[in-house]
Design a binder for this molecule. Structure first.
Ligand code: IVH
Length: 667
């Protein structure tokens, strides 16, 4: 039999089964039989690479690795939606639209809380999938999107020759929970919510990993308007016939509404029913159905006048405050935490909530035993947002902030102008000691593999380490005596410690854990001062001259570097061979764009945006995202937006075209 024909037959059959399984939820063969067909296809494809097809069903398992996602321009700008939290404002919007477009009918849909995506199909095959980016340009993440099983790779004919469909990529709750449970067991950091996780997943380099995460997609917008039908609701229905997973009327995911009442009833239904959905939504989108009416209504600069979003307020529920406890962070910062009577909120049981600081407790006028309202925002830890004062007992005592460290009992201090209390006993307050070392070894800092916070706690307890520098004097003999340590784990620790010596200065500066010096500040300091000597000898004025260094950070640096124990620690780390000088490529002080702030806009012919941005950093310049009086240059490629152009011109910022950029950078 002709191999090519057989490959194509298998592909077409597998496309159909995928569609039945993932989109229609109506499989006709068993998983086993499906896997057999897929295996057969994979074998034939491996033996016949000449018949490669980027849309073969075999790409669903992933495997292709993308190092840098290319920035590409959207064919149609990706706009956002106007939104409101108020039903009254929503009614006003409907009335306004009805005045401007009499007889308009509306379509209500769910507002999916995920990552927006635009997918282009050419001759029925998925050709490109792009993130929203800044609305004009986004990242090409086609390789990763091809692994999402509910997105068809090949459409069912007849289809338009070339069109785009937009929608939202979401991570269902079940997959999110399973992933976080697995990460927690591995000691990895958790994702705050399914949306963050979906967006992180889409930016993974390894598409096989993306395939495993179980992303899903809901589609809600077909472009250009009119390629499939003369109104929005029919276009969506038609997209279903082409093979897309579209919102179904029987699920009430989409509804045609011709009155305010019908729209309100859709909104009210989902405000309650959203808790039962297997994925997150954050509101409802209301659109004018007919494209003709949409055209009459038109667009504002940012969003269509023919659509708006009604957003649900974050879920908030009452529970009882049982006690307040205080956590000591690695910098000595004290965080009050509310211990709550457990309640079910947004899919998880909440037992604790952050209270941030003393001012927050005072603002809430928090008393023991209060009934409090907790809300889940974008963070993992929920917040206490209010108190039910009517429910308070006469005898309840006001919560007083502690005066001494709960761990080492030193008196706490709160500086003028700061909200946080600190325990100043840096050198022997246990959570500070191990917290600093945990931070030092963490992935974004020195990335010391082979050890985690349990090992750190053990080393601190056994008095083998009390500062990061002590890690570099650990010996095989000391480690092998620790409980649970075998030769392999000892060597892993020693290798990890040794390998960390090649981390660049900016990582080291971040890792040593000076208060207020995060990864970005460390980078800026290294770029400006280049060596530890010049940083240590800088005065307040010198520090303030560095980009993004304000008074709080400058004063903190001065106070830290005055302390002999910090100077000693830095000296010891240097003796052990850590980097305290910027790398050579950072030292291009004669570069034409050294320390210049540059906005890159539009598309360049000879270099991708990412490459250009990287080059700017390498040459000592910094990329900034928006134009201000402080911007030194705008590098303007093809298609720079008119708003940016106007702003740069009015502020007198030099605008360089591609030729001029090449001349300046000597390309
Ligand atoms: S329509 C020009 N429909 O919400 C309008 N957007 O805040 C195109 N979104 O950019 C968008 N569900 O990422 C539309 N059913 C839905 C939506 C939806 C979620 C997202 C989308 C949009 C953002 C606006």
């Amino acid at each position: 039999m002709d191999v090519q024909i057989e490959i194509e037959r298998l592909r077409s059959e597998l496309h159909k089964h995928n569609h039945r399984y993932y989109t229609l939820d109506a499989p006709v063969i068993s998983d086993y039989d499906f896997d057999q067909l897929l295996k057969k296809l994979e074998q034939l494809e491996a033996a016949h690479p000449e018949f490669f097809d980027p849309n073969s069903p075999s790409v669903r398992v992933g495997g292709e690795v993308t190092k840098n996602f290319e920035t590409v321009s959207h064919r149609f700008p990706m706009l956002s939606l106007g939104n409101t939290y108020s039903l009254e404002e929503l009614q006003d919007w409907i009335i306004r639209v009805q005045k401007l477009a009499p007889n308009a009918t509306f379509v209500c849909e769910l507002k999916y809380d995920g990552v927006a995506i635009g997918i282009q199909y050419v001759n029925g095959a998925l050709s490109r999938a792009v993130t929203r980016g800044d609305g004009a340009q986004g990242d090409d993440i086609t390789t990763n999107v091809r692994t999402i099983k509910s997105i068809p790779l090949q459409l069912t004919a007849p289809y338009p020759e070339d069109f785009e469909i937009r929608g939202e990529i979401v991570l269902p709750h079940a997959r999110f929970d399973a992933l976080n449970a697995q990460r927690s067991a591995q000691g990895l950091s958790l994702f705050a919510n399914p949306r963050n996780c979906a967006s992180g997943t889409l930016k993974l380099q390894d598409s096989a990993e993306v395939a495993k995460r179980g992303l899903d997609a809901y589609l809600y917008y077909v472009l250009p308007e009119g390629v499939l039908a003369s109104n929005h609701s029919e276009s969506i229905a038609h997209a279903g016939k082409l093979g897309f997973k579209i919102p179904r009327t029987q699920d009430k995911f989409i509804a045609k509404c011709d009155s305010i009442e019908a729209i309100m009833s859709f909104v009210n239904h989902w405000d309650k029913a959203r808790k039962e959905l297997p994925f997150d939504i954050d509101g409802v989108v209301i659109k004018v159905d007919s494209y003709k009416a949409q055209e009459d209504l038109g667009f504002t600069a940012k969003s269509p006048r023919w659509a708006t979003a009604f957003k649900f307020k974050a879920e908030r529920i009452p529970t009882v405050l049982e006690s307040v406890s205080y956590q000591v962070g690695r910098t000595g910062a004290i965080t009050p935490v509310a211990n709550l009577k457990p309640v079910w909120l947004g899919g998880t049981t909440v037992k604790r909530a952050s209270l941030h600081n003393e001012d927050q407790i005072a603002a809430l006028d928090l008393h023991n035993g209060d009934t409090v309202f907790v809300e889940k925002g974008g963070e993992i830890i929920p917040k206490v947002v209010g108190v039910d004062v009517l429910n308070r007992m006469e005898s309840a005592l006001r919560i007083e902030f502690i005066s001494h460290c709960p761990e080492c009992h030193s008196p706490l201090s709160r500086l003028d102008g700061e909200a946080q209390h600190y325990c100043l006993n840096e050198s022997s307050c246990e959570p500070q000691v191990s917290g600093r070392i945990d931070h030092f070894i963490s992935r974004k800092a020195m990335d010391i593999t082979g050890m985690g916070s349990e090992t750190v706690a053990l080393l601190v307890k056994k008095n083998l380490v009390s500062t990061p520098a002590d890690l570099y004097k650990l010996t095989y003999e000391e480690l092998i005596q620790l409980d649970g340590f075998k030769e392999r784990s000892v060597l892993n620790v020693l290798d990890g410690v040794e390998a960390s010596k090649s981390q660049p200065f900016e990582r080291v500066l971040f890792a040593i854990g000076i208060r207020h010096v995060g990864a970005t500040v460390a980078k800026k300091l290294v770029r400006h001062f280049r060596t530890i000597e010049s940083l240590l000898s800088a005065n307040r004025e010198d520090l303030l001259a560095a980009e993004e260094i304000g008074e709080v950070i400058a004063d903190q640096l001065l106070a830290t570097f005055q302390k002999p124990e910090w100077r000693l620690e830095i000296e010891r780390l240097r003796q052990y061979g850590l980097n305290f000088e910027a790398e050579l490529k950072e030292q291009l002080s004669d570069s034409p764009i050294s320390a210049k702030k540059i906005v890159v806009s539009g598309v360049f012919e000879s270099i991708s945006r990412n490459e250009l941005k990287e080059l700017i950093e390498t040459l000592g310049g910094s990329n900034v995202s928006s134009i201000s009086g402080k911007t030194d240059y705008v590098f303007a490629g093809e298609g720079m937006g008119p708003a940016k152009l106007k702003k740069a011109t009015s502020l007198g910022v030099p605008i360089l075209n591609e030729m001029e950029v090449r001349t300046l950078l000597n390309l």
